[in-house]
Design a protein around this ligand. Structure first.
Ligand code: PGA
Length: 252
């Protein structure tokens, strides 16, 4: 178990201006300062708005859902790491299965984005996860090992300070089917063992490994009670302030 606890709300392509104000204001009203880092990942265009609302709350930080792998230039429609950093964003979610599936992000592109983020002082929530077919044929460990190998194992020990790993089995994302706590724990322990083999025990223990995939207020506690689960990456339930704040409080 890492000594950090972290819960991130991935709003995906949801909320407009007034909904974002309402959701953020409610989260602020309901949440309390604790040792849990709370991250909000609104759509890019709503980041300044949400950022202004949380400006006085040190325990709530901004995350972005994507960055360009390029530093700057003629890349119509793209948003750079520096632009987001200049707006007060501290984290970026990279490697999410939706980016891999719908936007063709390969391991190589994801690694370029990880490097871009770190060099721009953005911390990274790196997502990995196997599909249903992989789990049914019992090759999930191989899949995760390959993803970790192609991403965080390419970094230096120093850079690992800026990494959070999110284990998100694809079959659990947005489906209402959560990994059983023991299934998630097994994978988290496996990920930590890969980190320990490569970087040593100390770094492996420092990196938060959070779980994502249909985390709700009624299953978070059991998941977060597992030895190697340091928090959650929350999709659907992060759009409801009460559910989201309850999840941030689901640690023992
Ligand atoms: P979900 O999404 O909580 O809606 O399953 C998780 C994610 O995609 O990060």
């Amino acid at each position: 178990m890492s000594n950090r606890k972290l819960v991130a709300g991935n709003w995906k392509m949801h909320t407009d201006r007034s909904e974002a104000i309402k959701l953020t204001t409610e989260i602020i009203r309901l949440s309390k300062m604790s040792d849990v880092e709370i991250l909000l990942a609104p759509p890019h265009c709503l980041i300044p708005l949400v950022g202004n609302l949380i400006a006085d709350l040190p325990y709530i930080e901004l995350a972005a859902q994507n960055i360009s792998e390029h530093k700057s230039g003629a890349y119509t429609g793209e948003v750079s790491a520096h632009m987001l950093h200049s707006l007060g964003v501290s984290y970026v979610i990279l490697g999410h299965s939706e980016r891999r599936k719908y936007f063709g992000e390969t391991d190589q592109i994801i690694l370029s984005k990880i490097r871009r983020a770190i060099s721009t002082e953005l911390k990274v929530i790196y997502c990995c996860g196997e599909g249903l077919e992989d789990r049914n044929t019992a090759i999930q460990n191989k899949i995760i090992e390959a993803q970790i190998q192609s991403s965080v194992l390419q970094l230096t020990p120093d850079q690992m300070q800026d990494i959070v790993i999110a284990y998100e089995p694809i079959w659990a994302i947005g489906t209402g089917v959560t990994a059983r706590p023991d299934q998630a724990q097994q994978m988290h322990a496996f990920i930590r063992s890969i980190l320990a083999d490569h970087f040593g025990e100390q770094i492996a223990m420092q990196v938060p490994i959070i779980y994502g995939g249909s985390v709700k207020s009624n299953n978070a506690q059991e998941l977060f009670a597992q030895a190697d689960i340091d928090g959650g990456l929350i999709g659907g339930a992060s759009l409801d302030a009460e559910s989201f704040v309850a999840i941030t409080e689901a640690f023992e």
